[in-house]
Design a binder for this molecule. Structure first.
Ligand code: UD1
Ligand code: CA
Length: 456
């Protein structure tokens, strides 16, 4: 028997989104709407909440089945009907928290206050409400003193009721037994012919039960995502929250207006983010690193004191005190140790670069192990693809790769070896050897004069 259980309603199609994705799978700051709600619920200490799914349930399942219990609502007959599907799993729960999967800005601290008020007051239900200057579309909360007497949906509300600015956020606490009894009595007699969860309050109040409201001071939390415009509005609000948070943690954002940081990114103190920079996914930036301007990092780690400028990188680990860019492109599987330099117009894919190596200009390095302090000359290309398979290249510590070398993989260049500029290396080069592969230079003296004589 559990004392506090949660149900998240997420079976609706989200018709107004006009999307092939189920509504709660749309992304906000890099995380799906439903994951934002799940995070807040988990933060109040509720494990494995029940999620009511219907439309697009396979997609939702693959994303969240590790942290939630899914309950299928085959036909979407309304929010009341959604919660009915969960009843068999709620037996014995003292308090039931109900949330909507499309309300991603709700904070865990607000949920804690809602639950606390509900339990301390010992009422049958408590509704999380907010004041909205433009309450259109939301259920209006009608009260008598501090007690809620009714929630009127937009489509069912009278002209007077529509003037009310205190709205139902779609988040509630119920006494388990009261919810179960009241749900059995709701009908579909309303403007939309649905089982409204909000009709439960009519039933409770008829039975003389008490319903309270907890009004959150941050009305943004009430924002329900029903359209793309609301999705963009939520993105803007969340973005500002994230930026404020990192500034309060000691990060310098030179221009917040052109800085985009997703929800799961982690930054350390004294990191500086320069304008027009976007940090995505599970990116982690360590102390004193300087990122930007014009840099986009997704699922990357950047070590202490590194500089990454005008760069695009994905699934890459950058060590300490590295210098990356301008105009570097680091692709998945790239791992750079400390003090590596990657300069302009360099692309690196699935490669391991050891400490102090330099790849300063105009190179493509793929499926390669670059040893310590290796210097790679401008224009060097690893020819890793033969049209069918990808092959590895290994460059030993302290090797010197001359400018414009083609390394035709699979191939190895030994420690301290040197390749001559312009060489196409197809055979392994032993340690400390020099490999030059190019035609001897032909120089014809007085060539220009000869051309003059034949009238050139
Ligand atoms: C609901 C509330 C309204 C409140 C608003 C806050 C009702 C009747 N109204 O309206 O008072 O102001 O939320 O955002 O509850 N869902 C299901 N199964 C269904 C129907 C809906 O799981 O059969 C899910 C949806 O996927 C969604 C949530 O319930 O995540 C809310 O449904 P939605 O249709 O968006 O309700 P609103 O009209 O916004
Ligand atoms: Ca909604």
């Amino acid at each position: 028997m559990h004392n506090l259980l949660a149900v998240i309603m997420a079976a609706g199609k989200g018709t107004r989104m006009k999307s092939k994705l189920p509504k709660v799978m749309h992304l906000l700051a890099g995380k799906t709407l439903i994951e934002h709600v799940l995070d807040s619920v988990t933060q109040v200490g509720i494990e494995r909440p029940l999620v009511i799914v219907g439309h697009g349930r396979e997609e939702i399942e693959t994303r969240i089945s590790e942290c939630a219990e899914l309950v299928v609502q085959t036909e979407q007959l309304g929010t009341g009907h959604a919660v009915m599907q969960a009843l068999p799993y709620l037996d014995g729960a003292k308090t039931i928290l109900i949330l909507s999967g499309d309300q991603p800005l709700l904070k865990a601290e607000t949920l804690k206050k809602l639950i606390e008020l509900h339990e301390v007051q010992g009422v049958s239900a408590t509704v999380l409400t907010a004041y909205m200057e433009q309450p259109f579309g939301y259920g209006r909360v009608i009260k008598n003193g501090e007690f809620v007497t009714k929630i009127a949906e937009e489509k069912d509300a009278s002209v007077d009721q529509r003037q009310i600015k205190e709205v139902n956020t779609g988040t509630y606490c119920f006494k388990g037994s009261a919810l179960k009894e009241a749900l059995a009595k709701i009908t579909t007699q309303n403007a939309q012919g649905e089982y409204y969860l909000t009709e439960v309050f009519d039933v409770l109040i008829r039975n003389g039960e008490k319903v309270l409201a907890y009004c959150t001071p941050d009305s943004n939390e009430a924002l329900g995502i029903n359209s793309r415009a609301q999705l963009a509005q939520a993105e803007g609000i969340l973005r500002e929250r994230i930026l404020d948070h990192w500034m309060s943690e000691g990060v310098t954002l030179v221009d917040p207006a052109s800085t985009f940081i997703e929800a799961e990114v982690k930054l350390s103190r004294d990191v500086t983010i320069l304008p027009f920079t976007r940090l995505m996914g599970k990116t982690l930036i360590e102390e004193d690193a300087v990122i930007g301007p014009q840099t986009s990092l997704e699922n990357c780690t950047v070590g202490c004191g590194s500089e990454v400028t005008y760069t695009v990188a994905r699934d890459t680990v950058i060590g300490e005190r590295c210098h990356i860019g301008p105009f570097a492109y680091l692709r998945p599987g790239t791992r750079l140790e400390a003090e590596v330099k990657v300069g302009d117009f360099v692309e690196i894919k699935n490669s391991y670069v050891e400490m102090g190596a330099k790849i300063p200009h105009l190179s493509y390095i793929g499926d390669t192990h670059v040893g310590k302090s290796v210097n790679i000359g401008a224009g060097t290309i690893t020819c890793n693809y033969d049209g069918v398979n990808k092959h590895p290249t290994k460059i030993g510590d302290y090797a010197f790769i001359g400018s414009n070398t083609n390394l035709v993989a699979p191939v190895e260049v030994g420690e301290h070896a040197v390749t001559g500029a312009g060489s196409t290396i197809t055979k392994n080069v032993p340690a400390r050897a020099l490999a030059v592969e190019r035609s001897p230079q032909v120089t014809k003296e007085h060539w220009h004069k000869q051309k003059d004589e034949i009238g050139g």
